[in-house]
Write a protein that binds this ligand. Structure first.
Ligand code: ADP
Ligand code: MG
Length: 445
């Protein structure tokens, strides 16, 4: 019997997975892999970094086992070799001179109040918070990069600083830097002007943990994007931890495909608008920090009428506290209405539309609205599409036929099928349940 060469087997495997995943996923994870065979080690897969190996083993172990030789437990027999490709910025290793104290020029500045213990947990941020804690506990060893996205005032910067504090405390030897994207760009501009870019590169590439806030400001800053991407790759390839925040998920940022793909390498986690109970808890926590006592009923009233984001709630507390201290008053309903009048919103329940559902689901699941309306059946689009159909039926009072027509001309039975499927799945899939809960809250906020 003729046996196939590993090259042939691998190319069949690639043909097979190409049909299972999106093109971006394929280019990102599979295209860079080289397969060959050695006499004593058997099948070797050459991968550009450990994430590719982990991704492959986490998601395609079964498929690998059906193409490659397996051991007696059915596990694929394969050796991974991490090889850093030439002409990647990684090779751009810059020698660090020992007499240069790089930290002096870039002190780490963190807001003292932005700690994990001051961060109130609720369904809208639980997942992100545990991911942040996970990364802070084991920098470079769990999710890398960790990408946190969400609207303004929902606690992104707070979490980034909390990670910074925690690592400083718990891993004293690690070198951490936390910067805004604006500061990174300004820094680069300064160093370009002073012809000292090398020094800057040395600094960033000597870090163990790099925290970058508001990456959306890198959009349409082409030259800076390249430099950022190089720094990013250089750190990631050395297993250094990167944490990024943004107002949108990576796929919705106008950045190069290369950078978007890199940012999607690790864990992308969304932070949503907190529900009423969480808003009350945050309010009470902030009030306590200011030494202000708010009766629970009044805290509920405020949280019920200020619901867009946490920053607004904080503004309300500041104003209330200043007024009460100045006038020597207790917090009463009267005082609240007088001081917060123009901040309180009295028209809550927003009308949910198909378009808003599509947008919310796209953002939560990191896909495009056009994907949800389209016909692709790859896994990463099919599930969010079913979720959108489920939410459409749950939240909009319209005929199934009409609702289905928004999803690339699907029939009402497809919509019903999706609804049933998701309904059953959330009974046993905690993460999906949480994602749907958050999407709903974002819609209704
Ligand atoms: P973002 O960076 O997402 O725009 P911030 O992190 O600046 O938002 O948060 C705005 C304010 O709200 C900060 O003062 C922060 O401490 C507070 N905040 C947000 N979420 C929480 C939370 N879950 N618990 C406590 N405070 C929060
Ligand atoms: Mg911020």
């Amino acid at each position: 019997m003729l046996t196939q060469s590993i090259e042939e087997t691998w190319s069949q495997f690639l043909d097979f997975v190409r049909k299972q995943c999106s093109n971006a996923e394929f280019q990102n994870w599979f295209a860079p892999i080289k397969a060959f065979e050695s006499k004593d080690q058997g099948v070797i897969l050459e991968v550009p970094n450990i994430f590719v190996r982990e991704y492959l083993m986490d998601n395609y172990r079964r498929e690998l086992a059906s193409f490659l030789p397996v051991d007696d437990r059915g596990e694929p027999i394969v050796t991974f070799q991490v090889v850093q490709t030439i002409n990647k910025p990684l090779q751009d290793v810059i020698e660090i001179k020992s007499d240069e104290d790089l930290t002096v020029h870039f002190p780490l500045k963190l807001n003292q109040n932005y700690t994990f213990s001051n961060f109130i947990e609720g369904p809208s941020n639980q997942f992100v918070k545990s991911a942040a804690l996970g990364v802070a506990n084991r920098p470079g060893k769990s999710y890398n990069p960790l990408f946190i996205h969400g609207g303004v005032g929902l606690g992104k910067t707070h979490l980034l600083h909390a990670i910074g504090h925690y690592i400083q405390e718990k891993h004293k030897k690690l070198k951490v830097q936390c910067i805004t994207t604006e500061a990174f760009i300004n820094d680069l501009v300064d160093h370009l002007r002073n012809k000292s870019v090398d020094k800057m590169k040395r600094f960033y590439r000597s870090l163990d943990v790099l925290i970058v806030d508001d990456i959306q400001f890198l959009q349409s800053r082409l030259n800076f994007e390249d430099e950022f991407c190089n720094t990013f790759e250089s750190l990631i390839n050395q297993n250094k931890q990167i944490i990024i925040s943004s107002d949108k998920p990576p796929s919705q940022l106008k950045l190069s495909e290369r950078l978007i793909a890199r940012m999607e390498w690790g864990l992308v986690a969304g932070i949503g608008v907190p529900d009423l109970e969480t808003r009350v808890a945050i309010l009470q926590h902030k009030a306590e920090l200011k030494g202000l006592r708010i009766p629970n009923q009044i805290a509920f009233f405020i949280a019920d009428h200020i619901y867009h984001n946490v920053r607004q709630l904080e503004g309300a507390i500041n104003r209330l506290s200043a007024y009460c201290k100045l006038m020597g008053l207790e917090v009463t309903q009267d005082v609240v209405e007088k001081t917060l009048n123009e901040m309180l919103q009295f028209n809550p329940s927003k009308k949910v539309t198909i378009e808003s559902i599509l947008k919310s689901v796209a953002s939560m699941f990191n896909v495009r609205v056009s994907d949800l309306k389209g016909t692709s059946r790859t896994k990463d689009v099919a599930l969010p599409r079913q979720v959108a159909m489920y939410l459409a039926k749950e939240l909009i009072n319209d005929s199934l036929m009409k609702l289905a027509s928004h999803f690339g001309g699907k029939t009402h039975s497809t919509l019903l099928h999706s609804w049933n499927k998701i309904k059953t799945q959330i009974e046993k899939d905690e993460q999906l349940k949480r994602q749907i809960h958050m999407t709903k809250q974002n819609l209704e906020a």
